[in-house]
Design a protein around this ligand. Sequence first.
Ligand code: ZN
Length: 290
Amino acid sequence: MKPLHIGDITVTKAVEQVLEMERSYMFPQAMDEIIAPHRDWLSPHFLLPDGKIRMSIHSYVVKTPRYTMLVDTCYGNDKKRAARFGNMLNTPYLRDLAAAGVPPESVDFVFCTHLHADHTGWNTRLQDGRWVPTFPNAKYIMSHVDWDYWQTRKPEDFGYDAIQDSVLPVVASKQAMFVDEGYEIDRGVTMELMPGHTPGAAALNIASQGHRAAQVSKAVCTGDMFHHAMQLIAPQWGRADVDTVLANKTRRGFFERYAGTGVVVLPAHFPDPTAGRIERRGDAFMWTHA
Ligand SMILES: [Zn+2]
């Protein structure tokens, strides 16, 4: 992804993994006859010639004049996970991030759109057999509603392993902040709830504050509000949503609200070129690369 400038704020991407997988793994409903009329814009980035789909696990680096923020932290290394894509990884993510000018100590805020394993992994790293915060000077910003939701879960519930090794250590180190709708991290950078995938799933809005030279006036990091561009064809297709009805409503509402507005959308799992805009196409929607 090319660096994206929103006024005096710059967004870049730090990739952990690019994945190619069977379509049926994500969306069993995505039959050939539904996809075919959209192949022109889905290929080559989202849909491969053999019918598989491409996805990405990455973070966004948001640099404002004052702060360096990381949005979502991928799967992380050394973590035991049920998901094959996230189990016991050993990737150069942290080294790559430092090489791109973002050493761990330079990160002021980590924003987790939600608390699933592929969004919290690098919150911590293994040191002498213990999980310690990867970013020693950062505040970790998480959704209050999601935190409350996880309080009602049990250690044996699906997904709790990420809470244990990737969230609780930053709570223990007093680096966690649980925030509500509208929380402003810096001028123009605010949290907005987009519930459904998880009860308190959050997006990060980035607005240029009327910056005169701004070519892009607004961008939104949408987390897992949607996972793949195919959902623009059928917003009712969900993936691992806690509340499927609410997730569908949120997704369709977002597409309706942003189609044709020029706002740049930054999804959590879109492969290169990643940033794009939503447009209408017939009764549904489509994606154009930013
Ligand atoms: Zn995800």
